[in-house]
Design a protein around this ligand. Structure first.
Ligand SMILES: Cc1ncc(COP(=O)(O)O)c(C=O)c1O
Length: 420
């Protein structure tokens, strides 16, 4: 896009939208697979997938066909009536989770999935005793922007403009099993974890903390809730992030009571879901929760198509394989660029950690090189490509990222030289 086009849309947006977003200086108009195209026809390699959303890349023909076919047949019915696709999607997810006694609720976003899980956990707690409504969550976590998920989110700066939010959440360091153990008591109805903290900077939560969470929940009869909004549906190289625990794939993987899903589940259309099993699956009663759009026919058709393609094309294993290749290539970047200091993540959710808080500059330079990534925290750049990538895309992304790092390093050097 030309600067003039970007500034025109920026001005119109400023006059018409509430100012909640800071935009990168580009408007994408079409996409195909891992590529995005702007209004001028310039192509960008998408190594962000929305924000870990478009698991199959853009405009997947089979998903488009499933959506179009369902849209021509029936777009919406109220949840007053049965929807076959909703049941089928629940059955598929139960199978993938290995939870024959599992039960699903479908919402419209990750935050809504977390909100539903909060209400489920409260129902579970209050059935045991009055006051059992408290939740323990991790510092650095992110669970969404609705008021309940916002309070769970372990980032106090995000709470400040909206206080008071209530006092039912205790945050503990994300890497301290003893602190978590100590925070859980008889008034705790749930402990909330991500296996890898996505928005918190792509930080894997130590398995000892996840194990402490499971043990503490078992001790007091609380629910372990895994927020897999970002880590689920293959992104970490397993269908669900928690399946990477237990010495990575062994029999003793750490099982939560509830999982929250969204992002990748419908490949880019808005969906949220919780799945609960065991006692957690029995907490809700009719009328306890509802949504107008959740689990509608079109979104379920899209999600079923996405799951079918991931399974048929072996994309979970592919995510593990190309995640390892991406990690290796990032390690090579670290060896060759002073600005690249480290790497963290799992599967196709990776972060390049910088020696200085220049992630915004690197992200902008990458965009100029035709590579979409994001500055997830000031000193780390997130890479979350579609599960469909292969060797060619990994190599191309690394070439472009390498040029972006070199550009930022040169700019800094030039500035430092000038100020001396
Ligand atoms: C782990 C996690 N939970 C919840 C959310 C919120 O999802 P949404 O933006 O769809 O409400 C996100 C979004 O980034 C997330 O990463």
């Amino acid at each position: 896009m030309t600067d003039a086009m970007v500034s025109e849309i920026a001005q119109r947006e400023a006059a018409s939208l509430l100012p909640t977003y800071s935009r990168q200086q580009v408007e994408f108009v079409t996409g195909e697979g891992p590529w995005l195209v702007d209004a001028q026809g310039r192509r960008y390699l998408d190594f962000l997938s929305g924000l870990s959303v478009t698991a199959l890349g853009h405009a997947h023909p089979e998903v488009a066909e499933a959506v179009a076919t369902q849209a021509r047949r029936l777009v919406h019915v109220s949840n007053l009536y049965y929807t076959a696709g909703q049941v089928e999607l629940a059955e598929r997810l139960k199978d993938l989770l290995g939870w024959p006694d599992g039960r699903a609720f479908f919402a419209n976003s990750g935050a809504e999935a977390n909100e539903a899980a909060i209400k489920l956990a409260r129902r579970h707690g209050l059935a045991q005793r009055d006051g059992k409504v408290n939740v323990v969550s991790l510092e650095g976590s992110f669970h969404g922007r609705l008021l309940g998920p916002l309070l769970l989110t372990g980032n106090p700066a995000k709470h400040v403009p909206f206080q008071p939010l209530g006092e039912w959440v205790t945050h503990v360091p994300f890497d301290d099993p003893a602190a978590l153990e100590a925070a859980v008591d008889e008034d705790t109805c749930a402990v909330w974890v991500e296996v890898v903290q996505g928005e918190g900077g792509v930080r894997p939560v130590p398995e000892a903390v996840l194990r402490a969470a499971r043990a503490a929940c078992d001790r007091v009869g609380a629910l372990l809730v895994a927020d897999e909004v970002q880590t689920g549906i293959g992104r970490l190289g397993a269908w669900f992030g928690w399946q990477t625990t237990g010495s990575r794939g062994a029999q003793d993987a750490l099982e939560p009571d509830v999982v929250c899903l969204a992002k990748g589940l419908a490949g880019g259309l808005p969906i949220g879901a919780i799945l609960a099993h065991g006692e957690a699956a029995r907490a809700f009663r009719p009328g306890d929760h509802a949504t107008t759009f959740g689990g509608g026919p079109v979104i379920c058709a899209a999600a079923l198509a996405v799951l079918g393609i991931i399974e048929r094309d072996g994309l979970v294993d592919a995510a593990a394989k190309w995640g390892a290749a991406l990690a290796e290539s990032l390690d090579e970047l670290i060896a060759t660029h002073d600005l690249a200091a480290g790497r963290r993540g799992l599967g196709l959710l990776q972060a390049l950690v910088l020696a200085e808080p220049l992630a915004a500059e690197v992200t902008a330079a990458a965009l100029a090189e035709g590579l979409v990534v994001n500055n997830v925290v000031p000193d780390a750049v997130r890479l979350a490509p579609p599960l469909t990538i292969g060797r060619a895309e990994v190599d191309e992304a690394i070439t472009r990222l390498s040029r972006a790092l070199a550009h930022v390093a040169n700019t800094i050097q030039t500035k430092e030289g000038a100020s001396r």
